[in-house]
Design a protein around this ligand. Sequence first.
Ligand SMILES: Cc1cc2nc3c(=O)[nH]c(=O)nc-3n(C[C@H](O)[C@H](O)[C@H](O)COP(=O)(O)OP(=O)(O)OC[C@H]3O[C@@H](n4cnc5c(N)ncnc54)[C@H](O)[C@@H]3O)c2cc1C
Length: 426
Amino acid sequence: MTVETQPTVIIAGMGPVGMTAALALALKGIPVTILETGDDLATESRASTFHPPSLEILKDLGVVDELMESGLKAPGFQYRGHNRELIAHLDMALLENDTEFPFRIQNEQGTLTRIIRRHLEEMPHVTLRYGAPVERVEMGRNCAYVFLPGDGREPSYRADWLIGTDGAGSAVRQSLGIAFEGVTYPERFLVASTTHDFLDDFDDLAYVSYVYDPDDWGVLLRTPQHWRVLFPIDEDESDEAAQHPDRIEERLQGVIALDEPYPVAHSTIYKVHQRLAATFGQGRVLLAGDAAHINNPLGGMGMNSGIHDAHAAVEAISFALAGGDPTQAVETYARVRYDAAAVDVQKNTQKNYEEMRQQDDKERSERKNEMADIAADPVRAREYLLGTSMISSFEKSSRRMRDGLAQANETSPPVPSLQLDARTAS
Ligand SMILES: Cc1cc2nc3c(=O)[nH]c(=O)nc-3n(C[C@H](O)[C@H](O)[C@H](O)COP(=O)(O)OP(=O)(O)OC[C@H]3O[C@@H](n4cnc5c(N)ncnc54)[C@H](O)[C@@H]3O)c2cc1C
């Protein structure tokens, strides 16, 4: 097999993070090839909450309207107790001066990847390749070599830059020997989707509710097609037992008792981890999204922080391709996005997990009162929402990226901007 020589960026994985990075690069006129192991985009139902900064990024990429049109606008979210009684309603309209999108959009990550694909397919300098699993990566001089199955000693691609967005089991990360340290939770999560409408059962139910309970904590959320209920599964319950239709029915009846059985569309069991790659950048390889960090889904931060990674990775690569110092670009990206994942995402999601399942009655009760107080005070609620909506995290990260690349600029020759226009490039 011959080595392709056209200067290009390779992206491993067509999940929401890889596709966002691909579109951002392509819109800058940078040739990009995206390799996907599957025969098509994934259909699995996972991320469904898009926070304001992700919506801002997707607006700049020209795809937010399509995402919003097919999604649901959630103007707030709630904390609820054992009987799903309201503890606190957080009104995201308080963020109206902080973002153009003071709400969450509920939509499937598979809808986003399909919207982005439609745009990429129109662009002549973009190659989408399916059934193409990245098997391993080798560092070259100012490049990375990407090997697909059957390549032998000759790689399929020589990439000026490679972004590893190949998910939690990332072959890119593993082949570079980058550790992925952290913990796996003892309990797994069961997600059951039903077409029953919980809006008929609870007053003023938001599209996203977090349930505080020592045993029966979880999440109740709406997607465009279903309500999804997330339950923890005890360590001593097998996957088969937890996913048995009678058991799912029992758990759904525990949310609200119905006279008839729940219509269950599907159910999935997930292992849950909190893990971080030891570095997010090495040579000409950047890791982004689940390839770099995974966390529990409480707060909806995994994909969203991955979209922030994609934004930062494209900024770093564009800077280097336009003449900036590549080492400084990689180091800035790796440092800034590692910190965002470690400090903003991992700590917050872990805190959500601990608070929702708090076993101590007094502490749980104090936390519920505190949440009600925060929700009732517009100043405190706005502060709180800046964190939960990831606005603070994204602003801090964007500022640090700018500062990191500007420092590089002081020691590098002036950086010309890329002149290519993606819409007209051929
Ligand atoms: C139940 C649940 C609910 C969640 N809810 C939310 C939420 O509301 N909000 C949120 O922000 N996050 C949420 N998450 C997390 C979110 O789903 C992930 O963070 C997100 O999918 C990460 O996107 P990604 O593109 O990095 O990786 P992935 O979505 O895993 O995509 C990786 C892609 O790479 C491909 N691939 C794998 N290996 C290779 C290879 N060797 N070569 C080429 N291609 C490869 C895969 O086929 C896949 O298409 C949730 C997760 C779960 C489990």
